[in-house]
Design a protein around this ligand. Structure first.
Ligand SMILES: Nc1ncnc2c1ncn2[C@@H]1O[C@H](COP(=O)(O)OP(=O)(O)OP(=O)(O)O)[C@@H](O)[C@H]1O
Length: 540
């Protein structure tokens, strides 16, 4: 249980009457908030409740329409992130703020005052990474990093600024359980040293474990406060969404051994496309109709490469076309549009940039993948049909936004995720590949998306779900496998395994073919790839 909030007369931060109005939305309305030194305070709320907007106001990225900010007793106009950083405020963003064409060390240098010596900075990055269990290679270009690795860079960049207030907007959404544990140790240590932490998360068990206090937002207003240690995740969820959560209903598998696989992957191998990528090694599995196969693993172990190979973003040479078969047809050499035309849907892990074009409206983003749903005629766009499709998606998936013309980047993270998942599900793909489908989505909406995935499976479709959330995989999948260092473990029925076993497999240790699934092995060889806070080994 988190220790008591250290008492102090003077708050570290105080907000009075903060209001933020966008063209069509009141994102924050009359927010009063007090954060004590050393306090870890959670900010809870549904997608679109106004959490990120409030944090951006504190960090000087967004100007409030009304209201006052006091920093250690002094009124301040927070006019830019530079000013916030100079005061000692650091922020880890939900949507990473990194320059993809620069290296890790260059990105970190940009956030520090003056012109730090890059060699010296590499050493400091290494030291912080070692100390807090966040290993990262400073010389790598950011675009070659997985989402989990980018998140490490964000966290390290903040820690190097020695913050007095740390704002963390869903910092653990793509971290492994071990990395989360390490991070929490770090955060508790920082709090003990007097650093205050504002912590946004939809993972209520983590909030309960870490936070001294919690403030609940609904529709831009504060609707309550609680002490998470005195609550349960279910009671906090109720406070957030105003009703009870309904658990997912997953009927027994409807697939049979004799049904023909919809997706077959046979001995898929691929060299890494860049020096820091992961090569795919002899991956084989198949997806039957009416089943969900989950792939667990530590981010950066080949998930991205596998997704690119399966979706068609990174097609293989024609002579290897047979490595991936969709409905019996060899497709490994085809691009994503051709695979899409054959019934493949794809929800990528990066919602901004890959899942949606940020500056385009939701309607135009609909067209990117749903053009085959009667939205075009003789090559011309049927605008009414596009708007209707988008509106159905907005209503069906409870996306909070001003309508089909809202730019994708004006939606809160969770709402955009619901839109992207909804757009793909509405097309009723025969095979759906989804990476981190509930990343950043609130508990109510996550349950809704999981049920929608199960419903698609019940209709006879085949789903491949790649997620770092083991609980999620165990809730929705029929079978599960692990990817580590570009290799795939045996695929096992979900009822024949458990979280501990899969957790162990995630470190690259699993039984050989023909053995039972109890991993008594291991004779461990060299480290296979860096994982969060622990080495990954593979079986010799
Ligand atoms: N730049 C913007 N332009 C217009 N509306 C915006 C903009 N940024 C945020 N909003 C709107 O303000 C509201 C609050 O969004 P915010 O991102 O603060 O929510 P959130 O609680 O952080 O949600 P999530 O949990 O999904 O990240 C939403 O309705 C969102 O669509």
């Amino acid at each position: 249980m988190p220790s008591l909030i250290p008492s102090s007369d003077q708050p570290q931060l105080e907000l009075r009457g903060i209001r933020k109005v966008y063209a069509s939305v009141v994102a924050n309305d009359g927010i009063d908030l007090v954060v004590a030194p050393g306090e870890i305070q959670a900010i809870l709320g549904e997608n679109g409740a106004g959490k990120s907007t409030l944090m951006k106001i504190i960090y000087g990225m967004t100007a409030p329409t009304e209201g006052e900010i006091y920093w250690r007793g002094q009124r301040v106009q927070m006019s830019s992130p530079n000013q916030a950083r100079a005061l000692g405020i650091g922020m880890v963003f939900q949507h990473f703020q990194l320059f993809e064409t620069l290296t890790v060390v260059q990105n970190v240098a940009l956030a520090l005052p003056g012109r730090p010596d890059l060699d010296d900075l590499c050493q400091r990055i290494h030291a912080v990474g070692q100390r807090y269990g966040l290993p990262v290679d400073s010389k790598r270009l950011v675009h070659t990093l997985s989402v989990g690795e980018r998140q490490r860079v964000e966290i390290i960049r903040c820690l190097l600024q020695n913050p007095r207030l740390l704002i963390m907007d869903e910092p653990t959404s793509v971290l492994t359980p071990q990395a989360v544990r390490k991070l929490f140790e770090t955060l508790r240590q920082l709090a003990d040293e007097g650093c205050s932490i504002l912590y946004i998360s939809h993972k209520l068990d983590e909030v309960q474990e870490l936070c001294h206090s919690a403030t609940i937002l609904r529709s831009g207003r504060i609707t309550g406060h609680c002490i998470p240690a005195q609550e349960t995740p279910a009671s906090m969820a109720r406070m957030m969404i105003g009703k009870e959560l309904v658990p997912c209903q997953r009927p027994k598998p409807i697939t049979s051994e004799t049904s023909e696989a919809k997706l077959q992957v046979q001995a898929l191998s691929r060299t890494a496309s860049h020096p820091f990528g992961t090569a795919l090694k002899d991956i084989s599995f198949e997806l039957k109709p009416g089943e969900i196969l989950g792939i667990a693993g530590v981010s950066g172990n080949g998930q991205q490469e596998l997704m690119f190979a399966l979706s068609g973003e990174d097609p293989l040479p024609a002579r290897q076309a047979q490595m991936i078969r969709l409905n019996g047809q060899a497709v490994a050499h085809l691009d994503s549009a051709s695979r899409h035309a054959q019934g493949l849907g794809f929800v990528p892990e990066e919602r901004l940039g890959r899942g949606a074009v940020p500056a385009m409206s939701l309607a135009d983003n609909t067209l990117l993948t749903a053009y085959g749903q009667g939205l075009l005629k003789h090559g011309l766009i049927l605008r009414n049909a596009v708007d209707q499709f988008s509106q159905c998606c907005i209503e069906g998936f409870r996306v909070k936004c001003s309508g089909p013309q809202a730019p994708a980047n004006s939606l809160s993270g969770g709402n955009l995720q619901k839109f992207i998942v909804g757009r793909e599900l509405m097309q009723k793909p025969q095979v759906l590949i989804a990476a981190q489908p509930t990343w950043g989505v609130d508990v109510g909406a996550a349950a809704f998306i999981r049920q929608a995935l199960i419903d698609l499976r019940n209709s006879g479709a085949s789903l491949l779900v790649v997620s770092e959330e083991l609980d999620e995989l165990f809730e929705i999948c029929d079978r599960i496998a692990v990817i580590a260092d570009g290799r795939l473990s045996p695929v096992v029925p979900i009822e024949d395994t458990d979280v501990e076993t899969i957790g162990l497999w995630m470190s690259g240790i699993w039984p050989h073919e023909g053995m039972d699934h109890s991993p008594e092995i291991p004779s461990i060889s060299q480290p296979a790839s860096s994982a969060m806070g622990s080495e990954v080994y593979r079986v010799a």
